[in-house]
Design a protein around this ligand. Structure first.
Ligand code: IMP
Ligand code: MG
Length: 189
């Protein structure tokens, strides 16, 4: 990644807005209603895997009307070549023992599917009452392991996207929309 040296440079990396702030807001509201209907008053534990899903988590938890706790974890998956070894290293674990909970994993994007596949396996082994996955974005064309979210807000093509929590080189998480990233200089001026 070319280092970002100014706001102008930062803005020039936004190639095109794919999903607007308003579209995200409407879809998050709808997902919150779906989750509230699904659990029908039963308490849930929303779990997000840092860092990408932190913005989605903040909005989604306020769109949910059932009693809910939130939890965060950091995980790193290990691979033998391109194949997941199935080993997930937890660099920061949940505070909660998930065995007493209806767990909802809140993810930013499913790309190859490896990370979530490993995390679901790991959390299922801890015997939650139930476990569902909600993802903001899904890139099904990139899948390497068979993984499907229970709720997916937007399906996107094979583009590298930034914004609404998603980063490139740790930047762009603060954009309120989802955009395609580019390093090509704009020829607009
Ligand atoms: P997976 O294990 O390949 O499904 O990886 C998913 C993780 O890769 C996500 O949680 C993101 O952190 C990151 N990722 C995948 N695609 C993108 C993208 O287009 N923009 C930003 N991060 C991405
Ligand atoms: Mg992520």
């Amino acid at each position: 990644m070319k280092k970002i040296h100014s706001t102008e440079d930062f803005n020039s990396r936004v190639k095109q807005i794919l999903i607007t702030e308003e579209e995200i807001k409407a879809a998050v509201e709808e997902a919150g209603k779906k989750i509230s209907t699904l659990y029908d008053g039963r308490p849930i534990l929303l779990v997000s895997v840092l860092k990408g899903a932190f913005v989605f988590m903040a909005d989604l938890c306020r769109a949910v009307t059932v009693p809910c706790e939130i939890g965060f974890m950091c995980a790193k998956s290990y691979y033998q070549g391109t194949v997941s070894s199935g080993v997930v290293k937890i660099t920061m674990d949940l505070d909660q023992d998930v065995s007493g909970y209806h767990v909802v994993i809140v993810e930013d994007i499913i790309d190859t599917g490896r990370t979530l596949n490993d995390i679901v396996k790991l959390l299922k082994a801890r015997n939650p009452i139930s476990l569902h996955v909600v993802t903001l974005l899904d890139k099904p064309s990139r899948r390497l392991v068979d993984f499907k979210a229970d709720i997916s807000l937007f399906t996107i093509p094979d583009l590298f996207v930034i914004g609404y929590g998603l980063d490139y080189g740790e930047y762009f998480r603060n954009l309120p929309y989802i955009a395609e990233y580019t390093e090509e200089a704009s020829d607009a001026e």
